[in-house]
Write a protein that binds this ligand. Structure first.
Ligand code: MN
Length: 253
């Protein structure tokens, strides 16, 4: 089995190292990852300058681009054969609810899926990675059996990516795996006004407090209860309920 691994925290991040350790027992790993932090770049593609991949070892490339660039470059140019799966992560921080719309980690899996490769995004729902890095490393033992299961399903569901979040717990305290739906999260006071060194008004997006709501089967609830959350996602954003109700909106036009 050929596995393409990427992330949005950059090729030097602890998380991608852990994902490689978790995936290596399953097959041949190729890493194509950004050369620097690309979190919250979503599904952006670099069109206005060329990309320059630098080989960092056997089947290991760093790219001066986004996670989406990395997946596209890997599949269409760098890998001699197409991967069987794209794995993205382990992201330093959760990707639950609306986070998936901003996340470079999830976008890399979306790009894999767009190119016809089954894909899995993995995030660690720890807050402060400097404090939680030992817990992040312990997730390898949780992740290997989960990835083995997901990559050997009798039939990987078509047009689907899995969004996996790992709870910030020591491995032996993880209670199990739950299949979930996306919950809702609310950031408040996430735009911080401040002054630049010349006293001019500037704003920094980030920080603030995060609250969430979600059904008992939501990703947030699973993580809060100490489970690994696995949410199946697809790329079709069509709102089907509205589509049905809207069929007669233009009858009299
Ligand atoms: Mn990230």
């Amino acid at each position: 089995m050929r596995l393409l691994i990427t992330n949005d925290d950059g090729i030097l991040a602890h998380g991608i190292e852990c994902l490689c350790l978790a995936a290596e027992p399953l097959g041949e790993v190729t890493i194509v990852a950004p050369d620097r932090e690309q979190s919250a770049t979503s599904h952006s593609l670099t069109l206005h300058h060329p990309l320059r991949p630098i080989k960092r070892g056997e089947r290991r490339w760093q790219v001066d681009g986004t996670p989406t660039d990395c997946v596209m470059l890997a599949i269409e140019a760098l890998m001699p054969e197409r991967p069987d799966f794209v794995l993205s992560g382990i992201n330093h921080g959760q990707n639950m609810g609306e986070d998936v719309l901003y996340s470079g980690t999830v976008a890399a899996a979306m790009e894999g899926l767009s190119l016809g490769v089954p894909s899995i995004a993995v995030s660690f729902a720890g807050g402060d990675l400097r404090a939680d890095v030992s817990q992040l490393k312990q997730q390898v033992s949780v992740l290997t059996p989960l990835l083995r299961r997901l990559t050997s399903l009798p039939s990987f569901p078509p047009n689907t990516l899995f969004n996996v979040n790992l709870p910030p717990l020591p491995a032996h305290e993880v209670k199990g795996v739950k299949i979930t739906r996306l919950g809702r999260r609310v950031y408040s006071q996430s735009v911080a006004p401040m002054k630049d060194p010349w006293g001019r008004e500037i704003y920094w997006i980030g920080g603030g407090s995060i609250s969430w709501s979600g059904e008992p089967d939501s990703d947030f609830r699973a993580i809060q209860d100490g489970y690994v959350s696995v949410t199946p996602l697809h790329l079709d954003l069509t709102h089907y309920d509205v589509l049905q109700g809207a069929a007669n909106w233009w009858h009299d036009l």
